[in-house]
Design a protein around this ligand. Sequence first.
Ligand code: ATP
Ligand code: MG
Length: 239
Amino acid sequence: MHPKGQEEALAFDEREWGDLPPLGEDPSRTYRLGIMGGTFDPIHHGHLVAAEQAFDDLNLDVVVFMPAGRPAFKQNKKVTSGEDRYAMTLLATADNPHFTASRFEVDREGVTYTADTLELLRALYPANVELYFITGADAIADVVRWKDAGRIGANAKLVGATRPGYDLARAQEAIEESPYTFDVTYLEVPALAISSSYLRERVMAGQSLRYLTPDQVTGYIHKHGLYGASGGRYGQARR
Ligand code: ATP
Ligand code: MG
């Protein structure tokens, strides 16, 4: 399914990859692209471990971490700038050769919908590249209830990862009750009962983020005073 005007398949080297991994050049093989979407405010080890498990279990070629632009469902909440969330995502994924971060959503104007993102990616990648949209047990149940859920199922396979505090069986019910068809793989990931909200609360309370997110992310949070962090930059923090 291609958006209007893109019915003609593009030649591999004519595609505008931007910061997305160029995949699909060899027509005789299938490629598997993982897409880890999220607000990532901030990114933490729960996101990273889920993506790593999906990479291994599903034999993915690469996982793209895509911080949400203006998430449709978080419009009434205060969200850190896309620039800061992207920077932290880049820092957290930098040392993993099969992870990458993309500005694909943060650079899009207006509210960003997952259905649109997946449709655009489907049009960009050749047909021998399968798209796997990775979510936790909470998010997958939401995704299949959205009004555009049909387009999501048409353009990507879904990966539902276990997440402490959320019931994957409930998500499965939501998927079965949906009028649309989804190709879902359920995934057991090492349980980390952490969330971005919890990390934000800890920073606010002056508590450590060590072992919850990569140290580079903690450094960035303090350097830029995110979530009420103390710290400072350009020498201010030197005491
Ligand atoms: P917040 O508390 O702000 O909602 P969050 O920790 O839920 O943040 P999101 O950016 O909302 O993070 O989630 C992005 C994706 O990562 C979602 O699909 C979510 O289900 C998944 N995810 C988040 N934390 C975990 C975790 N600890 N284990 C497994 N999956 C997770
Ligand atoms: Mg969440």
